[in-house]
Design a protein around this ligand. Structure first.
Ligand SMILES: C[S@@+](CC[C@H](N)C(=O)[O-])C[C@H]1O[C@@H](n2cnc3c(N)ncnc32)[C@H](O)[C@@H]1O
Length: 254
Protein backbone atom coordinates (compact mmCIF):
# COMPACT_ATOMS: atom_id res chain seq x y z
CA UNK A 1 0.00 0.00 0.00
CA UNK A 2 3.05 2.26 0.02
CA UNK A 3 2.15 3.26 -3.56
CA UNK A 4 -1.34 4.35 -2.54
CA UNK A 5 -2.17 8.03 -2.18
CA UNK A 6 -4.99 9.83 -0.39
CA UNK A 7 -6.49 12.90 -2.09
CA UNK A 8 -3.98 15.13 -0.21
CA UNK A 9 -1.02 13.19 -1.68
CA UNK A 10 -0.04 11.30 1.49
CA UNK A 11 0.21 7.52 1.70
CA UNK A 12 -1.88 5.78 4.36
CA UNK A 13 1.39 5.21 6.28
CA UNK A 14 2.14 8.96 6.24
CA UNK A 15 -1.38 9.67 7.48
CA UNK A 16 -0.81 7.38 10.45
CA UNK A 17 2.64 8.85 11.15
CA UNK A 18 1.09 12.33 11.23
CA UNK A 19 -1.53 11.18 13.75
CA UNK A 20 1.19 10.62 16.38
CA UNK A 21 3.39 13.64 15.70
CA UNK A 22 4.59 15.15 18.97
CA UNK A 23 4.75 11.79 20.77
CA UNK A 24 8.21 10.48 21.57
CA UNK A 25 8.01 6.70 22.21
CA UNK A 26 5.88 5.10 19.48
CA UNK A 27 5.04 1.40 19.09
CA UNK A 28 4.11 0.02 15.66
CA UNK A 29 1.80 -2.93 16.37
CA UNK A 30 1.99 -5.56 13.58
CA UNK A 31 4.82 -3.60 11.98
CA UNK A 32 5.46 -6.12 9.17
CA UNK A 33 8.52 -5.22 7.08
CA UNK A 34 9.00 -1.88 8.84
CA UNK A 35 7.78 0.59 6.20
CA UNK A 36 5.94 2.74 8.76
CA UNK A 37 8.75 2.39 11.33
CA UNK A 38 11.12 3.87 8.77
CA UNK A 39 8.86 6.94 8.43
CA UNK A 40 8.53 7.25 12.21
CA UNK A 41 12.29 7.08 12.79
CA UNK A 42 12.93 9.63 10.04
CA UNK A 43 10.44 11.95 11.78
CA UNK A 44 12.44 11.77 15.01
CA UNK A 45 10.34 9.30 17.04
CA UNK A 46 11.85 6.66 19.32
CA UNK A 47 10.10 3.84 17.52
CA UNK A 48 9.73 0.15 18.31
CA UNK A 49 8.04 -2.61 16.32
CA UNK A 50 6.36 -5.85 17.26
CA UNK A 51 5.05 -8.54 14.92
CA UNK A 52 4.15 -12.22 14.95
CA UNK A 53 6.22 -12.86 11.88
CA UNK A 54 9.98 -13.19 12.28
CA UNK A 55 10.24 -13.33 8.47
CA UNK A 56 8.73 -9.83 8.20
CA UNK A 57 10.91 -8.57 11.04
CA UNK A 58 13.98 -9.91 9.21
CA UNK A 59 12.99 -7.69 6.26
CA UNK A 60 12.55 -4.74 8.63
CA UNK A 61 16.05 -5.33 10.02
CA UNK A 62 17.48 -4.86 6.52
CA UNK A 63 16.37 -1.21 6.52
CA UNK A 64 19.41 0.94 7.39
CA UNK A 65 17.18 3.47 9.19
CA UNK A 66 16.01 0.74 11.60
CA UNK A 67 19.47 -0.18 12.87
CA UNK A 68 19.20 -0.02 16.66
CA UNK A 69 15.38 0.09 16.62
CA UNK A 70 13.88 -2.62 18.89
CA UNK A 71 12.05 -5.08 16.62
CA UNK A 72 10.47 -7.83 18.69
CA UNK A 73 8.75 -11.02 17.68
CA UNK A 74 5.61 -11.23 19.75
CA UNK A 75 1.84 -11.45 19.91
CA UNK A 76 -0.31 -8.36 20.31
CA UNK A 77 -2.34 -10.34 22.86
CA UNK A 78 0.73 -10.68 25.09
CA UNK A 79 2.96 -7.70 24.40
CA UNK A 80 6.60 -8.19 25.42
CA UNK A 81 6.89 -4.71 26.99
CA UNK A 82 6.70 -3.29 30.49
CA UNK A 83 3.73 -1.17 31.64
CA UNK A 84 3.73 2.48 30.42
CA UNK A 85 6.48 1.86 27.84
CA UNK A 86 5.04 4.05 25.05
CA UNK A 87 3.46 7.47 24.51
CA UNK A 88 1.65 6.34 21.37
CA UNK A 89 0.86 3.28 19.29
CA UNK A 90 0.12 3.00 15.57
CA UNK A 91 -1.11 -0.01 13.66
CA UNK A 92 -1.48 -0.13 9.87
CA UNK A 93 -3.75 -2.83 8.37
CA UNK A 94 -3.08 -5.26 11.21
CA UNK A 95 -5.62 -4.65 14.01
CA UNK A 96 -8.46 -6.20 11.97
CA UNK A 97 -6.50 -9.46 11.57
CA UNK A 98 -5.96 -10.13 15.27
CA UNK A 99 -7.96 -12.70 17.24
CA UNK A 100 -8.76 -12.12 20.97
CA UNK A 101 -8.99 -8.43 20.16
CA UNK A 102 -10.31 -7.44 23.62
CA UNK A 103 -7.09 -8.86 25.05
CA UNK A 104 -5.10 -6.79 22.49
CA UNK A 105 -6.94 -3.65 23.69
CA UNK A 106 -6.11 -4.50 27.33
CA UNK A 107 -2.46 -5.00 26.40
CA UNK A 108 -2.34 -1.67 24.52
CA UNK A 109 -3.80 0.07 27.57
CA UNK A 110 -1.14 -1.56 29.73
CA UNK A 111 1.89 -0.64 27.62
CA UNK A 112 0.72 2.92 26.88
CA UNK A 113 1.41 5.65 29.41
CA UNK A 114 -1.67 7.40 30.90
CA UNK A 115 -3.15 9.67 28.18
CA UNK A 116 -1.26 7.67 25.52
CA UNK A 117 -2.42 8.01 21.93
CA UNK A 118 -3.63 5.19 19.65
CA UNK A 119 -4.11 5.51 15.87
CA UNK A 120 -5.23 2.58 13.72
CA UNK A 121 -5.77 2.14 10.00
CA UNK A 122 -8.09 -0.74 9.22
CA UNK A 123 -9.40 -2.05 5.94
CA UNK A 124 -12.95 -1.13 5.05
CA UNK A 125 -13.09 -4.04 2.59
CA UNK A 126 -14.84 -1.53 0.32
CA UNK A 127 -13.86 -0.31 -3.11
CA UNK A 128 -13.92 3.42 -3.67
CA UNK A 129 -16.13 3.21 -6.76
CA UNK A 130 -13.57 3.44 -9.54
CA UNK A 131 -13.91 0.04 -11.17
CA UNK A 132 -10.80 -2.07 -10.96
CA UNK A 133 -10.93 -2.88 -7.24
CA UNK A 134 -14.57 -3.96 -7.71
CA UNK A 135 -13.41 -6.07 -10.66
CA UNK A 136 -10.64 -7.62 -8.54
CA UNK A 137 -13.09 -8.50 -5.76
CA UNK A 138 -15.61 -9.91 -8.25
CA UNK A 139 -12.94 -12.18 -9.76
CA UNK A 140 -11.25 -13.42 -6.59
CA UNK A 141 -14.36 -14.12 -4.49
CA UNK A 142 -15.50 -17.22 -6.41
CA UNK A 143 -11.88 -18.48 -6.48
CA UNK A 144 -11.67 -18.32 -2.68
CA UNK A 145 -15.22 -19.61 -2.14
CA UNK A 146 -14.72 -22.52 -4.55
CA UNK A 147 -11.26 -23.56 -3.30
CA UNK A 148 -10.97 -27.03 -1.72
CA UNK A 149 -11.12 -27.02 2.11
CA UNK A 150 -7.32 -27.33 2.50
CA UNK A 151 -6.88 -24.12 0.48
CA UNK A 152 -9.50 -22.13 2.43
CA UNK A 153 -8.20 -19.36 4.68
CA UNK A 154 -10.00 -19.43 8.03
CA UNK A 155 -11.65 -16.06 8.78
CA UNK A 156 -9.11 -13.86 10.54
CA UNK A 157 -9.69 -11.31 13.26
CA UNK A 158 -12.82 -9.83 14.77
CA UNK A 159 -15.53 -8.33 12.54
CA UNK A 160 -16.11 -5.50 15.06
CA UNK A 161 -12.80 -3.96 13.94
CA UNK A 162 -14.37 -3.11 10.56
CA UNK A 163 -16.72 -0.42 11.89
CA UNK A 164 -16.71 2.49 14.27
CA UNK A 165 -19.13 1.20 16.91
CA UNK A 166 -17.35 -2.13 16.98
CA UNK A 167 -13.95 -0.52 17.63
CA UNK A 168 -15.47 1.57 20.45
CA UNK A 169 -16.93 -1.65 21.87
CA UNK A 170 -13.40 -3.08 21.95
CA UNK A 171 -11.40 -0.05 23.11
CA UNK A 172 -13.66 1.85 25.53
CA UNK A 173 -13.86 -0.96 28.15
CA UNK A 174 -10.03 -1.04 28.13
CA UNK A 175 -9.92 2.65 29.14
CA UNK A 176 -9.76 4.48 25.77
CA UNK A 177 -12.00 7.43 24.81
CA UNK A 178 -14.62 6.89 22.07
CA UNK A 179 -12.71 7.01 18.77
CA UNK A 180 -12.56 9.75 16.18
CA UNK A 181 -13.32 8.05 12.85
CA UNK A 182 -12.39 8.98 9.33
CA UNK A 183 -12.55 7.26 5.94
CA UNK A 184 -9.92 7.96 3.26
CA UNK A 185 -10.06 6.85 -0.36
CA UNK A 186 -6.60 5.51 -1.25
CA UNK A 187 -5.69 5.68 -4.92
CA UNK A 188 -3.82 2.52 -5.95
CA UNK A 189 -4.17 3.17 -9.69
CA UNK A 190 -1.48 2.52 -12.31
CA UNK A 191 -0.99 0.18 -15.23
CA UNK A 192 -3.15 -2.96 -15.07
CA UNK A 193 -0.03 -4.93 -14.02
CA UNK A 194 0.76 -2.44 -11.23
CA UNK A 195 -2.80 -2.55 -9.94
CA UNK A 196 -2.77 -6.37 -9.93
CA UNK A 197 0.54 -6.42 -8.10
CA UNK A 198 -0.65 -3.87 -5.50
CA UNK A 199 -3.98 -5.60 -4.81
CA UNK A 200 -2.57 -9.11 -4.82
CA UNK A 201 0.00 -8.11 -2.16
CA UNK A 202 -2.87 -7.01 0.10
CA UNK A 203 -4.82 -10.28 -0.26
CA UNK A 204 -3.33 -13.60 0.80
CA UNK A 205 -3.18 -15.84 -2.28
CA UNK A 206 -0.65 -18.22 -0.71
CA UNK A 207 -3.06 -21.11 -0.02
CA UNK A 208 -4.60 -20.98 -3.53
CA UNK A 209 -3.44 -23.22 -6.37
CA UNK A 210 -0.81 -21.15 -8.31
CA UNK A 211 -2.51 -22.12 -11.61
CA UNK A 212 -5.78 -20.57 -10.33
CA UNK A 213 -3.91 -17.40 -9.33
CA UNK A 214 -2.27 -17.17 -12.77
CA UNK A 215 -5.63 -17.48 -14.51
CA UNK A 216 -7.15 -14.85 -12.16
CA UNK A 217 -4.28 -12.53 -13.03
CA UNK A 218 -4.72 -13.08 -16.77
CA UNK A 219 -8.46 -12.41 -16.52
CA UNK A 220 -7.91 -9.32 -14.39
CA UNK A 221 -5.33 -7.87 -16.80
CA UNK A 222 -7.65 -8.41 -19.77
CA UNK A 223 -10.69 -6.85 -18.12
CA UNK A 224 -8.81 -4.06 -16.29
CA UNK A 225 -7.17 -2.91 -19.53
CA UNK A 226 -10.68 -1.94 -20.71
CA UNK A 227 -10.94 0.48 -17.77
CA UNK A 228 -7.69 2.29 -18.62
CA UNK A 229 -7.69 5.97 -19.54
CA UNK A 230 -5.92 7.37 -22.61
CA UNK A 231 -2.54 7.18 -20.76
CA UNK A 232 -3.06 3.49 -19.92
CA UNK A 233 -3.78 4.23 -16.25
CA UNK A 234 -6.31 1.94 -14.62
CA UNK A 235 -8.16 3.63 -11.76
CA UNK A 236 -8.28 1.78 -8.45
CA UNK A 237 -9.52 3.19 -5.16
CA UNK A 238 -9.67 1.40 -1.82
CA UNK A 239 -11.30 3.03 1.19
CA UNK A 240 -9.54 2.66 4.53
CA UNK A 241 -10.75 3.71 7.97
CA UNK A 242 -8.70 5.64 10.50
CA UNK A 243 -9.55 5.30 14.19
CA UNK A 244 -7.91 7.71 16.62
CA UNK A 245 -8.22 7.75 20.40
CA UNK A 246 -6.37 8.30 23.68
CA UNK A 247 -6.09 6.33 26.85
CA UNK A 248 -7.62 7.97 29.89
CA UNK A 249 -5.21 10.01 32.03
CA UNK A 250 -5.75 7.43 34.75
CA UNK A 251 -4.22 4.76 32.49
CA UNK A 252 -5.44 1.20 32.67
CA UNK A 253 -6.73 -0.30 35.90
CA UNK A 254 -4.07 -2.54 37.37
C1 LIG B 1 -1.34 -6.88 6.45
S1 LIG B 1 0.14 -6.99 7.39
C2 LIG B 1 0.50 -5.25 7.65
C3 LIG B 1 1.95 -5.01 7.96
C4 LIG B 1 2.34 -3.55 8.15
N1 LIG B 1 1.67 -2.96 9.29
C5 LIG B 1 2.03 -2.78 6.89
O1 LIG B 1 0.95 -2.23 6.80
O2 LIG B 1 2.89 -2.73 5.99
C6 LIG B 1 -0.45 -7.46 9.01
C7 LIG B 1 0.68 -7.72 9.98
O3 LIG B 1 0.12 -7.95 11.27
C8 LIG B 1 0.86 -9.00 11.88
N2 LIG B 1 0.01 -9.62 12.89
C9 LIG B 1 -1.19 -10.23 12.70
N3 LIG B 1 -1.68 -10.67 13.87
C10 LIG B 1 -0.79 -10.33 14.83
C11 LIG B 1 -0.73 -10.50 16.24
N4 LIG B 1 -1.70 -11.14 16.89
N5 LIG B 1 0.33 -10.01 16.90
C12 LIG B 1 1.34 -9.37 16.25
N6 LIG B 1 1.34 -9.18 14.91
C13 LIG B 1 0.30 -9.65 14.21
C14 LIG B 1 1.19 -9.94 10.73
O4 LIG B 1 2.26 -10.80 11.03
C15 LIG B 1 1.51 -8.93 9.61
O5 LIG B 1 2.87 -8.57 9.57
Amino acid sequence: MSHGRAPDGRSSYEILRDHVSGHVRVLDLGCGDGFLLDLLVKSGHQAAGVDLSSADLALARQRPSLRGVPLTTGRAQELPFADDSFDACVSHMAFMLMPDIDQVAAELARVLAPGGHLALIVSSGQAGGSGSYELFQKLIRPAFDGAPPEQQIPPLGDKRTLHRDGIDEILVPAGFSPIAWDTEPIDLGGTAEQVWSRLSMIYNFMPLDPAVVRSLEAEFLTQAAKLADADGRVPCTMNVHIADTSLSQLGFSR
